[in-house]
Design a protein around this ligand. Structure first.
Ligand SMILES: Cc1cc2nc3c(=O)[nH]c(=O)nc-3n(C[C@H](O)[C@H](O)[C@H](O)COP(=O)(O)OP(=O)(O)OC[C@H]3O[C@@H](n4cnc5c(N)ncnc54)[C@H](O)[C@@H]3O)c2cc1C
Length: 457
């Protein structure tokens, strides 16, 4: 039996905790069954966003006639795009390894619980007073062995397909469809219902749908009934809601139909650790599971499924375990982005949720065109939707659709972080006529909506 001060299972965001504990002189074992760095840099946020840059340039050229510029693309070297992305991904594991000092032992293998405080990996047993589970999630398996998921598309190896069918309606499906379509790969997105990005505020997802169908060929109310792979091609039988069947072929097939818990690899039945009905590990407000001294952070808890949330949780757990932090982590807000064209940024509740919860709220939905910089994009759809508590002026939700909305959102986040009151966004000074200035009329309208609400009371 090998003894450590800390064992970490899963080297995604929790790599930072291993590095910190090692620097503080703790003896740490970090167990990883795949690559150090985990999902985000190897097959998640980073490679998918690196691709967006190429898509963005290709689309700007294709749409240049909006600015009265006649241009065309001669060729796109998609092989090179993937080579560059793969180069990045191939450096991740060694870069992460360099973060660790001699106190950290990296063990490649699948960690499993033998009991509450004993882990087995590669036939060896390890123990520590503190064990951290940070095993993330995995893509829901594709129903055909030749089909990809977002877990095995990166690094994209071999011949680049000339055509791809993508199944899904969430942000991963949309981001990848956006890229493939933009760089000239014949792309078809299959969406089971009429809803796309269904978790977004419904006003925003309606605008998204209207614009996105201009960029990507989408079949709504459609699923795959039969898959055959022959002569390096998928022959798909598609079924729509009226039970009509059609045939479609493509060289590649990608399923982006969701992610699920990774916990089945952990042999949790040997412990007191409990999982919820979706298979995610239950924890208390200090991240501790039902087994004393065993903690869970990041996607493995099934709570936020976002890199920035996982990173903050890992950081806070480090303070609890290594610096005697006594306070639990409370996220004041949880933003996210969808890096497609159009781009979306969102924080807080949607109007649907506000209705469901029966809370008092007012809304405003404001075009960006008051900003000359926004006008210069010659796009008419960009909007900011605000959902405000009319009794306190608190921003309950903000949803934006438009270029750089994920960047624009940070000024709303700063207000929410410091002193959440929409009036700050109305009163602050903006650089004229920056894109961010589009938030000024949005703030003015929502403050007016609050005043009207209170006048009518
Ligand atoms: C395509 C895609 C795009 C994304 N884009 C974004 C984005 O733009 N913004 C954003 O905020 N989030 C994004 N995410 C989500 C983000 O990647 C995750 O929220 C984040 O990586 C979670 O970190 P984690 O450390 O909890 O888990 P992970 O990074 O998944 O790390 C878990 C690690 O545990 C390992 N592991 C699992 N079981 C075992 C075991 N039994 N033994 C040993 N090792 C094990 C896994 O191999 C993995 O390396 C994206 C995800 C995907 C798939």
């Amino acid at each position: 039996m090998k003894n450590f001060d800390l064992i970490i299972i899963g080297a995604g965001r929790a790599s930072n905790l291993a590095a910190k504990a090692g620097k503080m002189g703790k003896k740490v074992a970090i167990i990883e069954k795949s690559k150090l760095g985990g999902t985000c840099p190897n097959r998640g946020c980073v490679p998918s966003k690196l691709l967006i840059g190429y898509a963005h340039v290709a689309r700007a050229i294709k749409e240049s006639d909006r600015h009265f510029i006649d241009s065309s693309i001669n060729s796109i070297n998609v092989e090179k795009i993937f080579e560059e992305t793969n180069n990045y991904v191939s450096k991740i594991d060694p870069v992460y390894k360099k973060k660790f000092n001699e106190n950290v032992e990296v063990i490649y293998g699948t960690g499993k619980f033998v009991s509450n405080n004993i882990i087995s990996v590669n036939g060896e047993q390890l123990t520590a007073p503190k064990i951290v589970i940070a095993t993330g999630t995995k893509a829901i398996e594709a129903p055909h062995p030749k089909a990809w998921t977002s877990d095995n598309i990166f690094p994209l190896k071999g011949t680049i397909p000339k055509s791809i069918t993508i199944v899904g309606s969430g942000f991963i499906a949309c981001e990848l469809a956006n890229f493939f379509a933009a760089v000239g790969i014949q792309t078809k997105l299959l969406v089971r219902s009429q809803r796309i990005l269904g978790n977004e505020d419904s006003d925003i997802s309606a605008i998204f749908k209207e614009e996105f169908v201009k960029n990507v060929d989408i079949l709504f109310d459609t699923s795959i009934d039969k898959i055959e792979y022959k002569d390096k091609q998928f022959n798909l039988e598609l079924l729509n809601k009226d039970n009509q069947k059609t045939h479609h072929t493509s060289q590649a097939l990608l399923y982006a139909t969701g992610r699920e818990s990774n916990t089945n690899s952990l042999d949790l039945q040997n412990t007191d650790i409990e999982v919820n009905d979706r298979g995610y590990i239950k924890r208390d407000k200090f991240f501790e599971t039902k087994a004393k001294g065993v903690y869970v952070v990041g996607d493995a808890s099934g709570e936020h499924m976002l890199q920035h949330a996982a990173a903050q949780e890992v950081n806070h757990l480090g303070k609890i375990l290594l610096e005697d932090e006594k306070e639990p982590l409370k996220f004041k807000y949880m933003p996210h982005g969808v890096f497609t064209e159009p781009e979306i940024a969102s924080v807080g509740i949607t109007e649907q949720k506000a209705k469901e919860q029966g809370i008092s709220y007012v809304t405003s939905i404001t075009p960006w065109l008051a900003s000359a910089k926004a006008m210069s994009t010659r796009l008419k759809y960009p909007r900011t939707k605000l959902i405000i508590n009319p009794n306190t002026y608190e921003i309950l939700g903000c949803h934006m659709i438009g270029p750089e909305s994920t960047t624009m959102m940070h000024q709303v986040l700063a207000v929410m972080h410091l002193d959440n009151d929409i009036r700050h966004l109305k009163e602050m000074l903006y650089i004229h006529p920056a894109l961010s200035e589009a938030l000024l009329p949005a703030a003015v309208e929502s403050v007016k909506a609050v005043e009207d609400y209170n006048k009518d009371k």
